[in-house]
Write a new protein. Structure first.
Length: 494
């Protein structure tokens, strides 16, 4: 008979009382009471009654903890541990050391807060506000969790309620957990794909530094809008992307500047929104370079991106530079995730350059200089990882693009590879995949469809296996290896 710890404790307590009552008769008179030790049958009945009561409580009591469904770029204990839910911005009481509630044009002012759950500055108005050459300092940790991540609690600067704020020449420092630098909250209550209330932050020629966990540089949620020009942003905490978004999404447009992240689970960009970055330097010194979660996008134009992802975080079991996934946490709708990079450079010093799992991903590359410094030289992996609930599907479109390295497509996963406009691929396609801990994730290739236009080539660096090949066999340079199409060696290769 299985006995719970609680039921045994109750049983022992009952037996102890009985024993005490029985044993005290030598020195103490208990009037009109006769107490005997319980029989074996009575003990069994007690145990059954207690366990039945416990089982009934379990059926209708507290549900099990939410499973870990998060990923590398969100809050501590969140993206990469479960997130508490059920709150909304309507439930919050915001506080700030200073608050602007009407049209204003301020210059040279300083704002500071050292109090937990208090912003240094809140702008809450549907009018225009201009802040020039301001200095902002925020200390005072928050344990507000999603209230910090979704709604801007404890942010150094919080903009909300439809405000249109322009910030120029600012110095903003945050040294607290849950204290994002500049937070644009669009008021949609964290409803993904819902319109925001028009809240817009335009910030230029400013410096933002954060050191705490869960403290991004520029943060956009709830349908907010952020325009950032020529910023210098550096974050050091865990789950503190330099360009950070979360539930409810929004629009982020960045031009120029440098964005550096140093913490675990802190890519240079974490997108649950539509993010476009041009002419910027993006560096991640410990985590992925960029992450896209669910039906969201990142577009990089003439940017230089470098990532040195040397430690897995949360559910992740691979190291990678461009991670595209769906956590199923509710922070992003499911659908097609899209990563586009035009021009610029992409340097991956550790792990796979691209990794797609648990989502449908579209990767578009045009004239990007890709440098892979990892010894395994894996360009792309499409396979199972630490999340479930969706398929692993990827499309890689290369235009005027040089690609090199292994492409690995796990069993049950799908890749469509399209090479056009004088693109070239030097590498092989296979399905044997081993994650960072040494576990074999796949030992056979999934579904792979390859199309080469008449101007593009594929040079094999190993035997390769695809489901379909669309192009002229002479465009495949065998290099002593064999391309198998649906199990049959392709003839006519060079």
């Amino acid at each position: 008979m299985k006995k719970t710890k609680k039921s045994m404790n109750l049983l022992l307590s009952g037996l102890l009382v009985t024993a005490l009552l029985t044993g005290c008769s030598a020195n103490t008179t208990v009037e009109n009471t006769e107490t005997a030790a319980p029989t074996e049958t009575e003990i069994t009945e007690i145990i059954n009654a207690v366990e039945e009561n416990e089982n009934e409580k379990e059926k209708g009591g507290t549900p099990p903890e939410k499973p870990d469904g998060n990923g590398p770029g969100g809050a501590p204990g969140g993206k990469p541990g479960g997130k508490p839910g059920g709150s909304s911005s309507a439930d919050l009481t915001y506080s700030a050391a200073a608050e602007i509630t009407s049209s204003a044009n301020e210059s040279g002012k300083s704002y500071s807060s050292s109090t937990a759950d208090e912003s240094a500055l809140i702008v809450s108005t549907d009018e225009d506000v201009t802040l020039s050459n301001i200095t902002v300092s925020k200390t005072g940790d928050s344990d507000g969790g999603d209230n910090c991540n979704f709604y801007g609690l404890n942010a150094a600067v919080l903009v909300k309620d439809g405000a249109n704020v322009t910030i120029e020449g600012a110095t903003i420092e945050s040294s607290a957990d849950g204290a994002n630098g500049v937070f644009s909250y669009g008021g949609n209550g964290g409803q993904n794909s819902a319109e925001g209330d028009g809240t817009t932050v335009t910030i230029r020629d400013s410096k933002i530094t954060t050191t705490g966990d869960g403290s991004g540089g520029i943060m956009t949620t709830g349908g907010g809008v952020t325009y950032a020009y020529d910023l210098e942003v550096e974050t050091s905490g865990r789950s503190s992307a330099a360009i950070r978004t979360d539930r409810g999404g929004g629009t982020v447009v960045v031009d120029g500047g440098s964005y550096t992240s140093n913490g675990l689970g802190s890519p240079a960009i974490y997108s649950t929104a539509d993010v476009t970055v041009s002419n910027a330097t993006l560096v991640s010194n410990l985590s992925e370079g960029v992450c896209i979660e669910g039906k969201n996008s990142i577009k990089l134009i003439d940017c230089d991106l470098t990532a040195n992802n040397t430690k897995t975080n949360g559910n992740a079991t691979f190291l990678d530079t461009i991670m595209i996934y769906q956590s199923m946490s509710g922070d992003a709708d499911s659908g097609t995730s899209e990563f586009t990079m035009e021009g610029g450079s992409l340097t991956s010093t550790s792990g796979h350059v691209f990794h797609v799992t648990n989502t449908n991903a579209m990767i578009n590359l045009e004239d990007v200089t890709i440098t892979n410094k990892d010894d395994d030289n894996i360009l792309l992996s499409v396979c199972d990882d630490g999340w479930s609930g969706a398929s692993n599907i990827a499309t890689l479109n290369a235009e005027e693009q040089e690609l090199s390295g292994a492409i690995l497509v796990g069993e049950g996963s799908t890749l469509t590879l399209n090479l056009s406009d004088n693109s070239s691929f030097e590498g092989y396609i296979g399905g044997t995949i081993i994650n960072e801990s040494g576990k074999i994730v796949s030992d056979s290739v999934g579904t792979v469809n390859v199309t080469l236009d008449s101007s593009s080539t594929w040079t094999l660096t190993g035997d390769s296996y695809v489901t379909s090949f669309n192009g002229n066999a002479s465009q495949v340079i065998s290099n002593g290896y064999t391309l198998y199409v649906n199990g049959t060696a392709l003839s006519g290769t060079k």
